[in-house]
Design a binder for this molecule. Structure first.
Ligand code: 1GP
Length: 250
C-alpha cells in the first residue's frame, strides 16, 4: 500500500463491500513473529487492514513487530497508538486521534502535539479520528490510562454529540470503543443513534467476540468492526476472521 492512500482505501472498502473489518494486534501480546503470523492469518481470512497498538505495556518491540507484519501481509498497517512511543516508520498510516472524553489535556491534544513532527518526518499518513470510550462493565486499560470520563451506555445522545462535534472539527472517522477485552461491547442502540447523526464512518470495537455480535453492530450502522482479543486468542485466526466477516456481510 503506497503511503498517503490508506484513508482512500478504507473508503473504497466501504463503497465496494458495504462495511469493513480491521484486526487489532497488540504489540504486548507476544513475540513479533507470532503476531505477524496472526496478522497473516487475519489477512487470509479477509480482514481489510491491520491495526497495531494498545494501551500500556511494553512498547519496545513496536518497530520489530510492525516490520514483521509488513513482511507477511499486504493490507495496510495502521498505527493505533497507545502513546507517542508507538509511532514507527514501518506503518502505512496512523489513526491520529483525540480521546475526546478524556479528562486529561494530555490525551486531548498534548500527546498529538508531541507526535506531530515525528509523524511528518516519518512520512506516515495521519488519519484524523475521534476516539470515544464508552462505559463498560469493568474498568478497561484505556479507561485507566486515558483518564476517561466514560460515556454512559444508556446515553447514546452524548456519544452522538461528541461524534458530531468531531465531524464539524474535520475528523474523518469516529471510533466507539468499548475497551479491549470488555465483557460488554458498545450497545447497538448507541451505534444506531450515532451513525444516523453523523456522516463520517463509525468504527466499533472492544469486546466483540462472536460473528453474531459483529453482524448486529453492522446492522446497527457500524462501518468498520475491530476485533483484537478474539483473533489474537484464536487457534485459527483465518477461520475466526472469515466467520466474523461472513456475519458482517451476510
Ligand atoms: C481495542 O477495540 C479494540 O481497542 C479491540 O478490542 O481486543 O476486545 O477485540 P478487543
Amino acid at each position: 500500500m503506497s503511503k498517503g492512500k490508506v484513508y482512500d482505501y478504507l473508503m473504497s472498502v466501504l463503497q465496494e463491500k458495504g462495511c469493513g473489518h480491521m484486526t487489532l494486534i497488540d504489540p504486548d501480546f507476544g513475540p513479533p513473529e507470532k503476531l505477524a503470523g496472526i496478522a497473516a492469518g487475519a489477512e487470509a481470512g479477509g480482514t481489510d487492514a491491520i491495526m497495531l497498538g494498545g494501551s500500556g505495556g511494553d512498547r519496545s518491540k513496536m518497530d520489530e513487530t510492525a516490520k514483521r507484519i509488513k513482511e507477511e501481509t499486504s493490507v495496510p498497517l495502521i498505527l493505533f497508538p497507545g502513546n507517542v512511543n508507538d509511532v514507527t516508520p514501518e506503518a502505512d498510516a496512523i489513526f491520529f486521534m483525540s480521546l475526546m472524553n478524556s479528562r486529561s489535556r494530555y490525551w486531548l491534544s498534548l500527546a498529538q502535539t508531541f507526535a506531530a513532527f515525528t509523524v511528518k518526518q516519518m512520512g506516515i499518513e495521519p488519519i484524523p479520528m475521534s476516539y470515544l470510550v464508552i462505559e463498560s462493565d469493568k474498568r478497561t486499560s484505556v479507561e485507566f490510562y486515558g483518564d476517561v470520563n466514560p460515556i454512559p451506555r444508556e446515553k447514546p445522545k452524548i456519544a452522538a454529540a461528541f461524534a458530531l462535534a468531531a465531524q464539524y472539527l474535520g475528523m474523518k472517522l469516529v471510533y466507539l470503543e468499548g475497551g479491549s477485552g470488555a465483557r460488554q461491547s458498545v450497545p447497538e442502540e448507541m451505534i444506531r443513534f450515532v451513525s444516523r447523526i453523523v456522516d463520517i464512518p463509525v468504527i466499533v470495537g472492544g469486546g466483540i467476540t462472536t460473528p453474531e455480535e459483529a453482524g448486529r453492530k453492522v446492522k446497527a450502522g457500524a462501518s468498520f468492526i475491530v476485533t483484537g482479543t478474539a483473533v489474537e486468542k484464536s487457534k485459527d485466526p483465518e477461520k475466526t476472521v472469515k466467520s466474523i466477516i461472513k456475519a458482517m456481510r451476510g
